[in-house]
Design a protein around this ligand. Structure first.
Ligand code: S3P
Length: 173
């Protein structure tokens, strides 16, 4: 089975993925890390030198390949992955995959991301917490229509990572 973790930036996809993979003894693939390895440069550098359109093309290409994996795998996506091309449908239609939306609220994500914006090209330029909340509010609203199609929804706000992992395991098995 492929367990696909999706959700907005800062919702915990990568860190929850690591713990979940360890607990279930699954392989772990973080799509951003995978893209960085394959392309030989960081996501920020890809945005800067090749542009977002190139990034989205590669993201879609690698996602479609990874959805064919047959080994037990936790696949943590980037925040935008389900929202471009027909990626969310590809995830839902992949025979071997189960999708999980890690759902963070606007105040939680905004507070967290303002501190961790540097390596995220879409929000790195935002100068105040107020502007961060305004940007994320709109962005999350646009993206929720994709995220909410996931088969399982898990609320992540102010929970320890291990609690989130336990909630996922309960929902899955
Ligand atoms: C993006 C989220 C990032 C990364 C890229 C674009 C997005 O991943 O894929 O910067 O469009 O939301 P994280 O969700 O891991 O920050």
């Amino acid at each position: 089975m492929i367990i696909v973790l999706l959700g907005y930036m800062g919702s915990g996809k990568s860190s929850v993925g690591r713990i979940l993979a360890e607990k279930l003894n699954y392989n772990l693939i973080d799509l951003d890390d995978f893209i960085e390895e394959r392309e030989g440069i960081s996501v920020s550098e890809i945005f800067k030198t090749k542009g977002e359109v190139y990034f989205r093309k590669k993201e879609t290409e690698y996602l479609k390949d990874l959805l064919k994996l047959e080994e037990n795998t936790i696949l943590s996506l980037g925040g935008g992955t389900p929202c471009y091309a027909n990626n969310m449908d590809a995830i839902l239609n992949a025979e071997n995959a189960t999708s999980i939306y890690l759902k963070g609220s606007l105040p939680f994500l905004s507070q967290k991301l303002f501190k961790k914006k540097a390596k995220r090209p879409l929000i790195a330029h935002i100068e105040s917490e107020e502007l961060m909340t305004e940007f994320i509010g709109k962005h999350l609203f646009e993206r929720s229509q994709f995220y909410s199609k996931a088969e399982i929804h898990i609320v992540t706000d102010y929970k320890e990572k291990i609690e989130i992992v336990e909630d996922i395991i309960l929902a899955l098995f």
